[in-house]
Unconditional design. Structure first.
Lengths: 369, 504
């Protein structure tokens, strides 16, 4: 069987210590098959001292078998400059030398693309906003790009899938067969089914920490607008924002409470002059799209809260509060306040977790938990 | 010549009666101690010899055999047999007439100068004796008199004792040591500002005997609240007081005013505690552990997440049954251990706590932290309360909060209601009688049913919530039917541990 050049590129990518930069270097100097022969001969990777390691490892790699595994798994591999490589990424100055994808390749160039990113340690507020942004943007036909991580990323994709409009695109940091985080297994396959999964890592690659900042530059490269929903002061979203600014992409931030550490970075972005993303309309305006496609009013199907419940709801505000805080703010007895909270929970107005009560946005997030 | 002196040794929190048999016969001067003595007991020989000589009493230069009967059954431990051995020697050597010691048991350790020292466990030791009189070191007079079954005679030195036994001087009056220290001022609830929910939970905990888990950042008042729990509990009743006194005596703890322990004890072992220190065992005579020392009172585990998991899980038997059965190769012992467990824990490794996303701990770190408390153990806590640091306004201003005395009165009234139902407290209500003893009004039933359907509550959780609601109703005046307010507050006071939600 005659192997395509991509097969050799994939084999190269499986070598230990092979990051995007080193791969790009090899593929720039030689065609993939030639590069592989050089590695086998110990003639590549000299600068980093990896040549002997690569030579030994490569000797044990069956290129045809690796290639067949990718074909069997339904994973496409495209070398930078190849026919199937997305033109959108090809123009980027840090384009991945080799791109793995699963799903509909047409999802990427189609339509407008907005990245929704943020912390894994999000608050309920951040998750709700990410979910709503994902849903409303997808409903308007926008492609939602994110990283399928816990927290904001996952919520944005869950929202986009809920709307079923624009196809979701996910850029992940591990091999396309290594579902990380594992709890997102169903979300992962839903995105692959409705849109496109991208990765720079070959099958079986572990989600090593260095892969995520690298992955973030691809997200920034793919998107036209990057919306940061919530991020801590030293969060990983910084990498995405820096990469987006280097490419001249619009960066938007969702305003959060000044008391919430999870909004420290996003509020900082706003202070630095980033446009705020209060809802999908703001993002649509930044994209230069008409906002008429958005369904403006959604009926609230929850039963209206009674007078006592309304007081508690008002006292809760939009930050998590303990029962103690509710009692103090409303002046109610602990029993009375508990009754109100339990009723509100029953009717979908609030949720409780670990002794904290939080008000939930208009639309109860059924699947997005 | 032979002498037989009744005495007792300790195993767990019970005394075992034994007879110290001393035989003195002509022959090479030698001293043999037989009948399974332990190391401390075998050293008796040297103490007894020195004490006799310092008291100007003769050491028989003959063949002396001391047997601790029954000889095979249990290993005899502790230094408390010094005194019976010395007295037996004197009788066997003809220094004391046998009639002088008839019907009298002896307990005590000897100093080399002939002084009599106190020994641990006098209360259970005396309880095991069936003689008419018992002689104890003067320092143990109060402990020995707790039971009131025996004529208690005291002596402070061996010479004094011998003089009294010979009838040369009158027995000294067993002076009850005046309670040296006035009972330390119990911390009062009035000092706790704010913390309405924490206070309510503490009251429910005291009234219903529900175990309490406090979770909150440092400085939120977890320890402060827990320390005020014993003040809310009623004084121990006669049975409990006697049991607790026996346990404290067996562990060698000082007794209050040398009498009964009537104030519920408060034990707060550090989180480096071993399983044995918490449960009991360890020494040859099986010292009771912290869980038993807290019998009738409060066991407070601060920084509960820092305790090793096996240590915490060892508490599951006492929490379930109110006793600990410790089995060792030599003996197995049952310790009473019915205590109110109060745990305190930080919400997450960084301690700042708060809702998800509000601190610097990742979800995984939070999850790992909460997992240190096993599910079965967490399940034992009827009350799980989140505490937050009180705000400045609450700390500085405002009127002083309700004092312990008035809360304790409500607690006592609620406990009376439980006793009328035939239970010590509501936490002991059996599940099959809840429908009869804790019926729900229709609104409360509907709300609970919805909570169950939505999966926010398990079947076991339902029973626990109903018991807590029963206590809330009792504190509120004792309505027979539980209302919505009782059930909802009971639900709120049993927050799910702050587990990170699985996915976005």
């Amino acid at each position: 069987m005659r192997l395509p050049p991509e097969a050799y590129a994939v084999a190269l990518a499986t070598l230990p210590g092979m990051g995007p930069k080193r791969l790009l270097e090899i593929l720039r100097r030689w065609p993939p098959a030639e590069g592989w022969r050089r590695v086998l001969a110990g003639g590549a990777g000299g600068e980093a001292g990896l040549a002997p390691v690569w030579r030994v490892t490569a000797a044990g790699v069956d290129v045809a078998q690796v290639w067949r595994a990718h074909l069997d798994a339904g994973v496409r591999a495209d070398v930078l400059g190849g026919d199937g490589y997305p033109p959108l990424l090809a123009a980027d100055h840090e384009a991945p030398a080799l791109l793995f994808s699963r799903g509909d390749p047409a999802a990427l160039p189609a339509g407008r693309r907005v990245a929704i990113v943020g912390t894994r340690r999000c608050t309920r507020y951040g998750r709700d906003v990410a979910w709503e942004l994902g849903r409303d943007l997808a409903a308007a036909g926008v492609t939602v790009v994110s990283g399928l991580a816990l927290g904001i990323d996952g919520a944005a994709h869950a929202g986009a899938l809920e709307a079923g409009g624009g196809p979701p695109v996910a850029v992940v940091g591990s091999g396309l067969d290594v579902v990380y985080p594992r709890v997102h297994a169903s979300l992962w396959s839903a995105v692959a089914g409705a849109g496109l999964l991208l990765s720079e890592a070959p099958l079986g690659a572990r989600p090593e920490p260095w892969r995520f900042p690298v992955r973030n530059r691809v997200i920034a490269a793919v998107a036209e607008v990057v919306v940061v929903v919530e991020s801590h002061a030293a969060g990983g979203s910084r990498h995405t924002v820096e990469a987006a600014e280097a490419r001249g992409r619009t960066v938007m931030a969702v305003p959060g409470s000044v008391r919430s550490p999870a909004s420290a970075y996003t509020n900082g972005l706003l202070a630095d002059g980033c446009p705020p993303a209060r809802d999908a309309t703001d993002v649509m305006v930044a994209l230069g799209l008409s906002t008429a496609t958005r369904d403006p009013v959604r009926a609230d199907l929850r039963p209206a809260p009674g007078p006592g419940e309304a007081r508690v709801l008002e006292a809760l505000g939009w930050e998590a509060a303990s029962l103690e805080a509710v009692v103090t703010r409303t002046g109610m007895g602990a029993g009375e306040a508990s009754v109100a909270l339990t009723r509100l929970q029953r009717d979908g107005w609030v949720v409780s977790a670990g002794g904290w009560w939080e008000r939930v946005a208009q639309v109860p997030l059924g699947e997005c938990r | 010549m032979i002498a037989i002196i009744p005495s007792a040794t300790l195993l767990g929190v019970d005394g075992r009666p034994l007879a110290v048999e001393v035989h003195v016969s002509p022959g090479m001067p030698v001293f043999n101690l037989v009948g399974l003595p332990d190391a401390a007991c075998r050293e008796s020989r040297d103490r007894v010899r020195a004490a006799l000589l310092s008291s100007r009493l003769p050491w028989p230069l003959k063949r002396v055999t001391v047997n601790l009967a029954p000889s095979g059954a249990v290993r005899k431990g502790g230094p408390g047999l010094d005194l019976p051995i010395a007295v037996g020697l004197l009788v066997a050597a003809g220094e004391l007439p046998p009639e002088a010691v008839a019907g009298c048991a002896f307990l005590g350790e000897l100093g080399l100068d002939g002084s009599l020292r106190r020994v641990p466990g006098v209360v259970p030791l005396v309880a095991a004796l069936d003689t008419r009189a018992v002689v104890v070191p003067a320092a143990c007079a109060g402990e020995a008199a707790v039971l009131g079954r025996h004529q208690v005679r005291v002596a402070s030195t061996l010479a004094e004792l011998v003089a009294c036994l010979r009838g040369e001087s009158p027995w000294p009056e067993p002076t009850r040591r005046p309670p040296g220290l006035p009972p330390a001022r119990q911390p009062d609830l009035a000092d706790v500002r704010g913390q309405a929910i924490g206070r309510a939970a503490l009251e429910v905990c005291a009234a219903g005997g529900h175990h309490l888990l406090l979770s909150g950042p440092p400085g939120s008042g977890k320890t402060m609240l827990a320390c005020r729990l014993p003040g809310l509990l009623p004084r121990l009743d006669a049975d409990d007081a006697l049991t607790t006194t026996r346990i404290h005596s067996a562990a060698g703890l000082p007794l209050p005013g040398d009498g009964l322990v009537e104030v519920p004890p408060f034990r707060a072992p550090h989180h480096t505690a071993s399983a044995v220190s918490l449960i009991g065992g360890g020494t040859a005579w099986m010292r009771p552990g912290e869980s038993s020392l807290a019998h009738g009172g409060v066991l407070f585990l601060d920084e509960m997440g820092e305790f090793p998991a096996p240590v915490l899980d060892a508490l599951r038997q006492p929490l379930e049954e109110g006793v600990v059965r410790v089995a060792r190769a030599r003996a197995s012992v049952t310790f009473p251990a019915r205590f109110l467990l109060v745990g305190a824990t930080n919400p997450c490794p960084c301690g700042q706590g708060g809702p998800r996303g509000a601190c610097r701990c990742s979800d995984a770190a939070r999850l790992r932290y909460t997992r240190r408390l096993s599910g079965p153990l967490l399940d034992r806590f009827d009350l799980r309360v989140v505490l937050v640091r009180p705000d400045v306004g609450g700390l500085m201003g405002g009127s002083p909060a309700e004092p312990t005395a008035s809360v304790a009165a409500r607690v006592a009234a609620a406990r009376d209601l439980a006793r009328e139902r035939g239970f010590r407290c509501n936490a002991e209500l059996p599940a099959h009688r809840l429908d009869e003893l804790a019926p729900l009004d229709p609104a409360a039933a509907a709300l609970l049913e919805h909570t169950l359907r939505a999966g926010w509550l398990s079947a076991r959780g339902l029973h626990r919530v109903r018991r807590v609601a029963r206590t809330l109703a009792d504190l509120g005046g004792g309505a027979h039917q539980l209302g919505e307010e009782h059930v909802c507050l009971a639900l709120s006071l049993r927050a799910e541990p702050a587990a990170a939600e699985a996915a976005a």
